[in-house]
Design a protein around this ligand. Structure first.
Ligand SMILES: CC(C)(COP(=O)(O)OP(=O)(O)OC[C@H]1O[C@@H](n2cnc3c(N)ncnc32)[C@H](O)[C@@H]1OP(=O)(O)O)[C@@H](O)C(=O)NCCC(=O)NCCS
Length: 155
């Protein structure tokens, strides 16, 4: 692996489950960073599924990073992970993704599985650092025609 250590600046933070009243903040972050964001009602529908979890990191009540996943059989499929632009490169994505594993295991998952845009070098770097593997490419996976790397972390 390129980096043997997860950055440690995040130590002042903790990971917690998303509260219903914070769903709007997730949708705002989705709109801020994604080409194909989930709306408030879409996040809300996911939130109420027993197989779905959104884990968040907050700074004074404001969500600064999150990771959502949905367990399907033995896989926890990635919905999204985001770090607010003002809080990047502090290890928050690596932190929340790593802390999520026991939450996914409690729902019966044995691995994380996701799709990452070929252009998303930041996400690919984070995942490589914490031991995720790239399995292959699916052509034109995303709505705008971009290819996806299939990524996986076996627990
Ligand atoms: C991808 C993303 C979640 C990374 O969040 P982050 O909290 O800044 O990531 P981390 O601080 O945990 O990064 C850990 C390591 O990954 C690598 N990395 C992170 N961002 C990088 C970038 N923009 N370029 C190159 N390497 C990067 C670095 O090795 C970094 O360690 P370092 O800062 O000590 O060099 C964030 O950029 C983001 O929210 N992007 C938009 C949403 C998105 O694309 N999500 C993923 C698809 S669902």
């Amino acid at each position: 692996m390129k980096h043997p250590q997860i950055p440690t600046h995040y130590r002042q933070y903790r990971v917690e489950g998303l509260h219903f009243w914070d769903i709007r903040q997730i949708a705002q972050l989705e709109r801020l960073v994604f080409l194909e964001p989930m709306s408030v009602s879409q996040v809300c529908r996911k939130y109420f599924l027993s197989r779905t979890r959104y884990l968040v990191v907050k700074d004074q009540g404001r969500i600064i990073a999150y990771f959502g996943f949905e367990v399907l059989g033995q896989y926890a499929h990635v919905l999204a992970n985001v770090t607010h632009p003002q809080y990047r490169r502090q290890g928050l994505a690596a932190f929340v993704l790593t802390r999520a594993q026991p939450w996914a295991e409690r729902l019966g998952a044995k691995a994380f599985l996701g799709e990452v845009r070929l252009s998303n070098q930041a996400q690919l770097e984070v995942l490589e650092m914490i031991g995720w593997k790239q399995l292959g490419i699916i052509p034109r996976f995303f709505g705008n025609g971009e290819d996806a790397h299939i990524v996986m972390k076996v627990f």
